[in-house]
Write a protein that binds this ligand. Structure first.
Ligand code: SF4
Length: 375
C-alpha cells in the first residue's frame, strides 16, 4: 500500500512503480478525499499493476474511485455500515466487473459486534465479514475477497481458520499493524506462513511500519521461500559462522548481498565461513564462496572453479555470478581453472591438520571398526 498523498499523482506513481519493481502484483491506494479520487483518475491509467482503492467511512468515495477507473475496492465493514450504501457500491462495482475486498480489521471493528463479543475475537471478525457478504450477495454480487486482520498473531491465525471454514471466497492474509522490522516481519511471517502452509490464503500483505517497498519485498521473498512463487530475486544463504571461520562471515555476506542485489541476479548464492565444510554444505547453491587461509574458494554447484585472494572474494563472486546467469552452469564449469579443485583440496587438508577435523572422521572410523570386530 502506498504512503503518499493520493492527490500527489507523480509521487504516488513513483511509489507504485517501486512497489511493482519489488514484487507487488497489486497496489492499494487510499481514497480518503475527493482530491484522492481525482488523483486515482490519473494514476490508474499509468500504473504498471492493478490499483485497489482503500475506502473507509464514505461510500461516495467508493463510487468516485470506481469512476476513476480502479481495478478493485477495499471496503471496511467496521466504518461503512449502512446497508443501502454498501449495496449501491456493490451494484456499481458489478456493472463495471470490479471485485470488492471485505476488509475487516480488529482495530476498527463494528461497534455493535464489539459490544456483543467484548473484544475483537475471531468470531466477531468473521461475523462482521459475514454481515457484509450478506449485503453484497443480496444484490447478486459475488466477486468478493475477504480479510480478517488482527495485530495479535494467534488471534489472526484463528480468525482466518474460522473464516476459511465458514466461507468459500478467496482470502487476503495479513497481520495488521505489525510494526517496524524486525519484529513486524517476524509477526507477519508467523501469521501468514502458518496459514499458507495450511492451504489458507490467496493474496498477502505485510503491514510494516517501514518503507512500503520493504513490505513488497518481504512478501515476495516469503512466497519465493515457501516455493509458492518462482524466484525472481537473489536467495543468499550464508553459514551462521563458528570458530572454524577464516573470515568475518557477517561482513562478507552483507557485502555480497548488497552487491548481488544491486546486480539483481535471480540465483541462489552461498557465503560460507570455511572451506572445510562450506562447499559440501552448500553444494545445492548455484554458486558460492568459502573462506580458506587468506583465500576464497569459488564454487559452482559444489565444484571449486577458482581460488581467489581473500580481499577479492566478493568481487570474484559477483563477476562469476553474472557470468553464470549469462552463460549457464555447464559453460561456466567448462571454464573452471584446471587446478582449482586440486589447490582447494590441498588447502582443506592443511586446514583440517591445523584446526582438526570437526567431524572426527578418523576417530569415528576406528570406533566403528572396533564395534564391528568385537567378539
Ligand atoms: S561453514 Fe565452516 S565456518 Fe561456517 S558454520 Fe560451517 S564449519 Fe563453521
Amino acid at each position: 500500500m502506498t504512503t503518499t498523498k493520493t492527490a500527489d499523482v507523480d509521487g504516488t506513481l513513483a511509489q507504485v512503480y517501486a512497489l511493482a519493481g519489488a514484487g507487488a502484483d497489486i497496489v492499494r491506494i487510499t481514497c480518503n478525499e475527493v482530491e484522492a479520487a481525482q488523483g486515482l483518475a490519473e494514476i490508474v491509467p499509468r500504473s504498471p499493476v492493478p490499483i485497489i482503492a482503500d475506502i473507509h467511512y464514505q461510500y461516495r468515495l467508493a463510487l468516485a474511485a470506481i469512476e476513476a477507473g480502479v481495478q478493485g475496492l477495499r471496503l471496511n465493514p467496521g466504518n461503512i455500515r449502512k446497508e443501502d450504501q454498501i449495496k449501491a457500491v456493490a451494484r456499481e462495482a458489478k456493472d463495471r466487473g470490479l471485485p470488492i475486498r471485505v476488509g475487516v480489521n480488529a482495530g476498527s471493528l463494528d461497534k455493535d459486534l464489539m459490544e456483543k463479543y467484548g473484544s475483537a475475537v475471531p468470531e466477531a471478525l468473521v461475523e462482521s465479514a459475514q454481515m457484509e457478504i450478506r449485503y453484497l450477495e443480496e444484490v447478486d454480487f459475488e466477486d468478493i475477497k475477504i480479510s480478517v486482520k488482527h495485530s495479535n498473531v494467534p488471534l489472526m491465525v484463528e480468525s482466518y481458520r474460522l473464516l476459511a471454514d465458514t466461507v468459500d471466497y478467496p482470502l487476503h492474509l495479513g497481520v495488521t499493524e505489525a510494526g517496524p522490522p524486525p519484529a513486524g516481519l517476524i509477526k507477519s511471517v508467523a501469521g501468514i506462513a502458518t496459514l499458507l502452509n495450511e492451504g489458507i490464503g490467496d493474496t498477502i500483505r505485510f503491514s510494516l511500519t517501514a518503507d512500503p517497498v520493504e513490505e513488497a519485498k518481504a512478501g515476495r521473498q516469503l512466497l519465493e521461500f515457501l516455493g509458492l512463487r518462482e524466484r525472481k530475486g537473489l536467495d543468499l544463504i550464508a553459514c551462521p559462522s563458528c570458530g572454524r571461520a577464516e573470515v568475518d562471515v557477517i561482513e562478507v555476506a552483507t557485502n555480497a548481498q548488497k552487491a548481488l542485489e544491486e546486480a539483481n541476479l535471480p540465483i541462489q548464492v552461498a557465503v560460507m565461513g570455511c572451506v572445510v565444510n562450506g562447499p559440501g554444505e552448500a553444494r545445492e547453491a548455484d554458486i558460492g564462496i568459502a573462506a580458506g587461509k587468506g583465500r576464497g574458494h569459488l564454487f559452482i554447484k559444489g565444484q571449486v572453479v577458482r581460488v581467489v585472494p581473500e580481499d577479492e572474494m566478493v568481487e570474484a563472486l559477483l563477476d562469476e555470478a553474472q557470468k553464470l546467469v549469462d552463460e549457464g552452469v555447464e559453460a561456466r564449469l567448462a571454464q573452471a581453472d584446471a587446478n582449482a579443485e586440486e589447490i582447494a583440496a590441498a588447502e582443506r587438508r592443511q586446514l583440517i591438520e591445523i584446526q582438526g577435523d570437526a567431524n572426527r572422521a578418523a576417530d569415528r572410523r576406528n570406533a566403528v571398526a572396533e564395534v564391528a570386530t568385537q567378539d
